[in-house]
Design a binder for this molecule. Structure first.
Ligand code: NEZ
Length: 373
């Protein structure tokens, strides 16, 4: 048990990094995939099942939880860890991204953002200071700065304005966060798809000497190669001794290519959302279980998997559950998908330690391409 936040680099292989973050509530093996638990639940999963897939940390969401059940109420209930039954680290987003994508009647100023709840229409104000306060009330271990993420495509003027304001908000969040030894506040690099603005943002945040750095403003509709180009610009500027978190990413292919460009942490709704729609991620690639070709396929998704959902149920049964919109269908395919994502991260970590990440990456992509045997 450490009372501090420490990131240790264990091995590197090219730009890929194998590390470990030590925190009071537990350690995080990197590169890490962080399941999204927006409203205090990883949808269709029990928390001990989430841990069983190999997750070291989950995500919670300031926007959703401040609206329901409320930040002060969450604090009175003992915080998000006790509320949701997850005693390991939790990372919370600052809420700005969700305000811009979910709420109504938004007004964004230097002071912060005011918005209308998508649940009951009530008015709320979120300043950088209030976002950090809410994340503290939730009991978050890794807190994100309040930022403005611009949807692409956007004009250079718009992207620069949002990037500069996000930089000013990072400083306000750093002051509001203060010194909390066992916790961390990460800055978020913005700058859209413009290299010079990405460099300005990364250098500006680096000067604040934060405990970790997220790369934001991506996975917002841009082509994969634009995302990867922005990583090539941004990662070399960020301090190598601090963790790097690519927000909202991504598919298994995105994960491989982003690890190869120096990213340590990922979150994405893909495995859980796809699971609820009957889309299974496996070592052989994606399988749409709604497709009639699975109706009499007695094979499991992956007989070599350690996950019961992948090993102990026929594709015919999963096809039936998904077609019938049975709750168990969502549960089993979500379980399979999160297990696959964690198995992929585990393979990535081992390959970096063995100095064979490039081979592992090529072999994995080859398996996907060969498709569903
Ligand atoms: C619970 C939870 C859900 C989702 C997220 C990440 C949400 C997310 C993005 N998702 C895709 N692209 C994204 C970009 C940004 C961004 O630039 N800034 C912030 N604060 N969040 C982002 C964090 C926590």
């Amino acid at each position: 048990m450490t009372e501090t936040f420490e990131f240790k680099l264990i091995a590197t292989d090219g730009q890929a990094r194998r590390g470990e973050i030590s925190m009071p509530r537990g350690s995080i093996r990197t590169p890490a995939f962080m399941p999204v638990g927006t409203g205090g639940t990883v949808k269709a999963m029990y928390m001990d099942q989430v841990r069983g897939t190999g997750a070291d940390i989950i995500l919670g969401n300031t926007y959703h939880l401040m609206l329901r059940p409320g930040a002060e109420r969450m604090a009175r209930l003992g915080g998000l860890h006790r509320f949701a039954g997850w005693n390991r680290p939790i990372l919370t987003d600052s809420g700005g991204f969700q305000v811009m994508s979910l709420s109504g009647l938004r007004k964004l100023t230097e002071q912060g953002v005011t918005f209308q709840s998508h649940i009951d229409g009530s008015r709320h104000e979120m300043s950088p200071e209030r976002s950090i306060e809410i994340q503290g009330l939730l009991g978050s271990d890794i807190q994100m700065q309040l930022d403005e993420c611009v949807r692409l495509p956007a004009t250079p003027t718009e992207i620069e304005r949002a990037m500069e304001m996000s930089l000013r908000w990072a400083e306000r969040c750093r002051v509001a966060f203060g010194e909390q030894p066992g916790k961390a506040m990460f800055g978020i690099v913005q700058g859209g798809d413009i290299p010079t603005l990405r460099e300005r943002s990364a250098h500006g945040l680096k000067a604040l000497d934060l405990k970790g750095y997220a790369v934001g403003g991506l996975a917002v509709g841009e082509p994969q190669e634009v995302m990867l180009d922005m990583l090539d610009v941004t990662c070399p500027i960020l301090p190598s001794e601090k963790p790097r978190y690519l927000m909202g990413v991504g598919t298994p292919d995105d994960l491989l290519k982003s690890v190869g460009r120096g990213i340590d942490m990922f979150d994405c709704v893909m495995p859980t959302r796809a699971g609820r729609h009957g889309l299974a991620f496996t070592r052989h690639g994606k399988i749409n279980l709604k497709n009639a070709r699975h109706a009499e396929d007695h094979r499991p998704l992956d007989e070599e998997s350690s996950c019961p959902a992948a090993r102990d149920y026929s594709r015919a049964y999963l096809h039936h559950l998904v077609r019938s919109n049975e709750i168990l269908g969502m549960m089993l395919v979500t379980w399979n998908n999160l297990s696959y994502y964690q198995d992929l991260m585990s393979g990535i970590r081992a390959s970096i330690e063995a100095q064979r990440f490039a081979d592992f990456s090529a072999e994995t992509q080859e398996m996907w391409a060969r498709g569903d045997i």
